[in-house]
Design a protein around this ligand. Structure first.
Ligand code: NAD
Length: 258
């Protein structure tokens, strides 16, 4: 299937590893030109060898001045923007609400939702000039269900869906589509540390948490970063031209979180 993304100009936040890197690579495979940012400079530098076509900026999306520099660099390199993928997001603390350090609460919200606001706000004037403009925001299954011991993360990911649905209405007249993706548990280092942190907080082994988590999905399996990347690329393509304002689960049919 030709996704008609040849020469599309794409910005992916947190693109040095994980879902962001899988997404950047998926766009490159479709012929798009892709700029990535990440807070981890050494992971970005490694892309010069592994993924030389990706252009790169160091940026913490929670830092407005850094995001402004990112957009200067990305726009200079890409010459415009068709697609923003607001992927950056941190797990935040694993603890009961009353034990959470307010600084950890604030940092989780700053990265996971305010970072998306910063990037969307700076992208919109450029997206207005595109013939196939879209924003895809990474939410989570934690943006659809309660997630005990992860209140800052869940609050931030529910916020992403409210932001997405409101922004899609605001930008409809400009022909800019805005959607969210809600991944379930994605195989990789991050989910292993999520399981380990929850196991520690509950005094059980990580295998107990993993088994409980898998039991809550109909398909009973972890998903891959490529599953998320494929959904993002489709939504950004002209084939997704009439899909906006949605929060799409890609989660092996998850029914609840543990
Ligand atoms: P990850 O933890 O593997 O991190 C990916 C990259 O994000 C890293 O290179 C890291 O340096 C970068 N990053 C972290 N903070 C940043 C910041 N402030 N600014 C810029 N870059 C930053 O993440 P992932 O698993 O690839 O998740 C990507 C997105 O998907 C996140 O929004 C996450 O909440 C969401 N998500 C992930 C899962 C999962 O199981 N992995 C499930 C649901 C939702």
């Amino acid at each position: 299937m030709d996704l008609q993304l040849n020469d599309a100009r794409v910005l992916v936040t947190a693109g040095a590893s994980g879902i962001g890197l899988a997404t950047a690579r998926a766009f490159v495979r479709e012929g798009a030109r892709v700029h990535v940012c990440d807070v981890d400079k050494s992971a970005l530098d490694a892309l010069a060898t592994s993924d030389a076509t990706l252009t790169r900026s160091v940026c913490d999306v929670a830092d407005r001045a850094a995001v402004a520099r990112l957009f200067e660099e990305a726009l200079r390199t890409l010459g415009g923007l068709d697609v923003l993928v607001n992927n950056a997001g941190i797990a935040g603390p694993t603890a009961r609400c009353e034990e959470i350090d307010p600084a950890d609460w604030a940092r989780t919200l700053d990265v996971n939702i305010t970072g998306q606001f910063h990037c969307a706000q700076l992208a919109i004037p450029h997206l207005r000039r595109s013939k196939n403009a879209s924003i895809t925001n990474l939410s989570s299954a934690a943006g659809r269900f309660g997630f005990p011991l992860r209140t800052p993360y869940a609050a931030s990911k529910w916020a992403v869906i409210g932001f997405t649905k409101s922004l899609s209405i605001e930008l409809g007249d400009d022909g800019i589509r805005v959607n969210a993706i809600c991944p379930g548990s994605v195989a990789g280092r991050r989910i292993e540390s999520v399981f380990a942190n929850k196991a520690k907080a509950r005094g059980v082994t990580p295998d107990v948490i993993r088994d409980e988590a898998l039991a809550k999905s109909s398909l009973k399996r972890l998903i891959s970063p490529d599953d998320i990347a494929n959904a993002i690329v489709f939504l950004a393509s002209p084939l997704g031209a009439n899909i906006s304002g949605h929060a799409l689960p890609v989660d092996a049919d998850t029914q609840a979180l543990v």
